[in-house]
Design a protein around this ligand. Structure first.
Ligand code: 2P0
Length: 327
């Protein structure tokens, strides 16, 4: 078996969000989702099966990962070991070129890269949907980072025998758009996505409304994407984002991922839009504001957001590529 492989996966940002699981154990989302893969923000992971190791060794950005992270990585590699019929321990060296666990989808690119590298290192030859199913068990947003461009993770009916299927809805070249990312705080979030989703599912009175209104968001987003209709897709993306945060805020106890700078940035984007600069906000389970806009307007948004009180750094991410595997 090939015993070492390197994979690079880019992060993605959902335009139609996933929030809530229908099956916690298998990590099956309760809704479909639609994302854009981001260029310039990536995780690069080398997995090496090593007979001389007595336990898995996980390095994150050159440092021994904390136990919680190591256990999650080992748990994931256990699934690969079962498939490859091996007990061999691994070293996992992983590097993110952006802040980890702060609402910038590090788990999406992280588990996409880990999935691709560990299966390649184990000599497994999996098709895209098999990889997606495995990646999803690491993180619900990870299958979307296997592909470039605009990507849907579609739930399937139980009788189809598949849980969900990943699909490239449009390639990166389909549309010259960007996400302008305004970093609005430092450090990891206090409540992770899985815990937040479960809390919303259990306690938010709006959870059923979220499920009931989700298909329409997916349909409208797909159609707007096909037509390259920025207004229409931006509008769906904003409403999906704020529905998701309304679920978080209406949970018991409430969950607020926003910081003061988040609200300042939202206000600035909306003001700029009123003044004729077209861009729409989306925010994940963290404080950072991402603005979806035409590539030609990205610099203007970046300059404006850099002046917003509390915004620490601004990045521009065009549409990015899918996962790449090497030796
Ligand atoms: C998304 N998020 O669709 C949504 C929107 C954050 C907000 O998927 O529990 O780390 O590991 O499946 O993938 C982030 O959650 O969650 C996420 P798990 P994940 O992008």
């Amino acid at each position: 078996m090939t015993n070492s492989a390197l994979a690079t996966a880019h992060t993605n940002v959902a335009l139609v969000k996933y929030w809530g699981k229908q099956d916690l154990e298998k990590n099956i989302p309760a809704t479909s989702s639609l994302s854009m893969t981001l260029d310039g923000l990536w995780t690069r992971t080398r997995v090496t099966f090593d007979e001389s190791l007595e336990s898995d060794l996980v390095l994150l950005n050159g440092q021994r990962a904390e136990e919680k992270v190591s256990l999650r990585v080992s748990g994931f590699v256990d699934m690969v070991r079962v498939m490859a019929k091996t007990n061999c321990r691994v070293s996992v060296e992983t590097e993110n070129n952006f802040p980890t666990a702060g609402g910038l989808a590090s788990s999406a690119s992280g588990f996409a890269a880990l999935c691709a590298a560990s299966t390649a290192a184990a000599g497994l030859d999996l098709d895209l949907q098999q990889l997606a199913s495995l990646a999803r068990q690491g993180s619900g947003s990870a299958p979307r980072s296997l592909l470039g461009g605009f990507v849907a993770l579609n739930l399937k009916k139980a009788e189809s025998g598949q849980d969900c299927v990943v699909q490239q809805v449009a390639a990166a070249g389909h549309w010259d758009v960007c996400m302008v990312i305004a970093l609005c705080a430092d450090g990891p979030k206090k409540v992770g996505s899985t815990a937040g989703m479960e809390r919303s599912k259990r306690t938010s009175p709006y959870y059923q409304g979220w499920l009931d209104s989700h298909d329409l968001d997916m349909q409208e987003a797909r159609s707007a994407l096909e037509r390259r209709d920025l207004d229409a897709l931006g509008r769906v993306a904003e409403r999906s984002c704020f529905k998701m945060h309304a679920l978080a805020m209406s949970s018991d106890p409430p969950l607020i991922y926003f910081k003061g700078a988040t609200l300042n940035a939202i206000e600035r984007v909306w003001q700029l839009r009123e003044d004729g600069l077209a861009g729409w906000v989306t925010i994940d389970a963290g404080p950072h504001v991402k603005v979806f806009c035409e590539a030609e307007n990205a610099k203007d948004f970046a300059e404006q957001l850099a002046k917003v009180p509390g915004v620490q750094k601004v990045m521009i991410a065009p549409v990015g590529p899918g996962v790449k595997v090497g030796q």
